[in-house]
Design a protein around this ligand. Structure first.
Ligand SMILES: CC(C)(COP(=O)(O)OP(=O)(O)OC[C@H]1O[C@@H](n2cnc3c(N)ncnc32)[C@H](O)[C@@H]1OP(=O)(O)O)[C@@H](O)C(=O)NCCC(=O)NCCS
Length: 327
């Protein structure tokens, strides 16, 4: 993304969008521009200050795929990032809205809505979805036009430690190995496409597999040398491990992948783990239970035009990201 393009979207950020005059006078003057990689630490700080989580290098991976899908509000005087919003197309038909947050000090000044409108202009007349936290569910559904609720919900599990004793630790004829080398990356991208998403994420996934502070593993059936699942785990903005995605052909393979990821990623055992499955997948819920994680919340998702259904849902054991991916 060219810096010049970033500058051209700068818009007036004075607080005259805010209906409450008293609060208008308290807010800083700001402008909205496209996010860059150097904004990410401040963005993750704001996200964490709102008790929300994302991987330390996940934003960078998605930013490369759809740079115009990320904006930040920036204080005119200090250059401080005040908030951010993303609406990313990784599928040509449907975008996903996430990372919508404002520094708690500067909330309720009109900054959020201003960024939101910029991102919705990027979505245009295409479809978009989002996960709704309970506090903002009514706002998204009744005011933002995200009225179509999916029957599937995301279940967020969390724990300070993990229990490995009940997980599948090995399977005859199945090899688990790191996703490295162009050929293997290509085969995993193909599995992700044909086996799960039904569209190619070839622009995204090679970067995801190379994210710093992360591990990416594939399960291969040695009998016919077929990819039968893969998974990633990374560090998040509060120093915990965060799984995602974990896609596999069956429950045992998914468990094997989760065990292998944790085995190679000590942060999960020393700092704890976040695991986000779908309520439609009993195998994903069973993995969270076996790990001894606690259910934190269950989040519905909403779409503005149509509910996105085209995927191999039974292979989704852990979603890729709560901010940038439908699953
Ligand atoms: C949600 C959040 C980003 C809104 O930002 P904000 O700057 O505080 O909100 P604003 O001041 O721009 O809101 C102005 C008005 O627009 C409304 N609004 C904000 N975003 C909106 C949207 N996307 N669609 C419709 N209305 C919206 C607000 O409810 C408010 O209405 P009111 O004046 O009747 O109270 C902010 O509250 C936040 O960071 N919350 C914590 C993080 C979070 O929960 N994010 C959502 C995760 S799903």
């Amino acid at each position: 993304m060219a810096t010049t393009t970033v500058d051209t979207i700068t818009i007036d950020g004075h607080n005259h969008h805010r209906p409450h005059q008293q609060q208008q006078q308290c807010g800083p003057n700001y402008h909205i521009r496209y996010m860059t990689e150097t904004d990410v630490p401040e963005v993750l700080q704001i996200w964490g200050d709102n008790n929300l989580h994302e991987g330390t290098h996940t934003i960078q991976s998605f930013l490369k795929v759809d740079p115009e899908g990320f904006v930040v509000a920036v204080d005119d005087r200090t250059g401080q990032v005040l908030g951010m919003c993303a609406g990313v197309f990784i599928n040509p038909d449907t975008g996903f809205i996430g990372l919508y947050g404002v520094d708690p000090v500067y909330q309720k000044l009109g900054i959020g809505l201003n960024m939101w409108q910029k991102i919705m202009a990027h979505i245009g007349d295409r479809n978009a979805g989002l996960y709704a936290v309970p506090e903002h569910l009514v706002m998204y559904r009744d005011r933002a036009g995200f009225a179509r609720e999916d029957s599937r919900q995301m279940v967020l599990y969390d724990g300070e430690s993990v229990r490995l004793r009940d997980l599948v630790k090995s399977m005859d004829g199945i090899r688990v190995e790191p996703i490295v080398g162009d050929q293997l990356v290509e085969r995993v991208v193909d599995y992700d496409n044909r086996g799960v998403h039904r569209y190619s994420r070839s622009r995204l996934l090679p970067g995801v597999f190379r994210e710093p502070d992360s591990v990416a593993l594939v399960a291969v059936d040695e009998y016919d040398d077929q990819v039968v699942g893969y998974g990633c785990m990374r560090t998040n903005n509060i120093g915990k491990a965060m799984a995602g995605p974990v896609y596999a052909n069956n429950d045992a393979l998914a468990e094997l992948l989760v065990y292998s990821l944790i085995d190679r990623f000590p942060t999960a055992q020393t700092r704890g783990l976040l695991f986000m499955t779908l309520d439609s997948n009993p195998g994903g819920i069973r993995i969270a239970d076996k790990l001894g994680l606690g259910k934190q919340e269950q989040l519905p998702r909403f779409f503005n035009k149509f509910v996105y259904t085209d995927a191999q849902w039974d292979r989704v054991y852990c979603i890729h990201s709560p901010n940038f991916a439908i699953f």
